[in-house]
Design a protein around this ligand. Sequence first.
Ligand code: NAD
Length: 365
Amino acid sequence: MESRILRYMEQYDYENLVFCQERAVGLRAIIAIHDTTLGPATGGARMWTYATEWEAIEDALRLARGMTYKYAAAGVNLGGGKCVILGDPKRDKSEALFRSLGRFIDRLGGLYLTGEDVGTTLRDMEYIRMETPYVVTLPAAWGGAGPIAPATAFGVVQGMKACVEAVFGRQRLDGLRVVVQGLGAVGSEVVPLLLEEGAQVAVADIDPEKVQRLSAAYPVTVLDPQAVYDAEMDIFCPCALGGILNDDTIPRLKCRIVCGSANNQLRDEHHGALLEARGILYAPDYIVNAGGTIFDTDRFNPGGFQRERAMANVARIYETMAALIRLRDEEKLPMARAADLLAERRLAAVGQAKRLATRPERVPE
Ligand code: NAD
């Protein structure tokens, strides 16, 4: 097992993997630090009922690497990290557990900055903040930008509009059929934005309460969660969990565009090429879901957090997406690879500049 982990870390150039355990409060968590070239490793804390320990490790590692690329491509000066907490967010949460995690994060001395993710909330972040200053996502009253999901949702729709322009030759979504998978913090905010754009929206969630709440508030069609991949649609908008674009689902998709917030949508790298081969434009997840992060980290910009500037930067996801589509056409690459290239070019350039800037003075002979 050990050699498998280290081999994986070596293959994708990870810096650290930290295991955190405190039996008294039931904490079992893993912090993965991928790359700190651009700044401290940053990424949310996810709480999930992982089937195995390896599944949790793999998720932390994959998500941390995703964050490196996301920040690099979005022009944010942070590195890639992620924390996963092994447990059921509906059953196992407590103040003591999050404070314990906060103390572990504090020990890292700023190497890793945390935030909200699947299964965690701003309330949980407040508990972590009681023990450490290294928390990015916080309520406004605690000095943070507040909920970030609305900005993430806005960014997804900006990216979708760039895709629609490339595929359908128009900017508005009038009459286009969009299926939204997952009605959590992001999905439930995406739906009204899509309706405002004139789209016909169908939704699915495994949580009947969320479906009920959303369908009571908006004119949407409800789909069975199992049926989303077979639905007749123009755009598929995955806003639930990762790995959903795979050998089983891709052949079933009847859409021209996949654009949603879920992290790590492609189960494997080759699934990006499989989508292209089916004539489906894939909006790389970490490009279109960067809105929350861009919004959230605006407080590191001059003058501290400014909502207007933050949202203007989120709107730039449209331009980034349009630039990516051009890069794909020029370099004849699948979209996912074009996005990686954009991020890798920035990491390499900044990494090089940093090495030059930090070169030690020559010691006089
Ligand atoms: P969330 O936990 O609030 O919502 C996820 C929703 O997906 C839940 O309602 C859940 O019931 C549903 N779901 C799970 N499995 C499903 C399935 N098989 N079919 C249909 N629905 C299913 O999470 P969120 O904050 O809305 O994030 C959604 C995705 O977007 C995640 O992958 C997350 O990592 C990513 N993301 C979120 C943000 C953000 O600002 N919250 C930012 C970037 C990326």
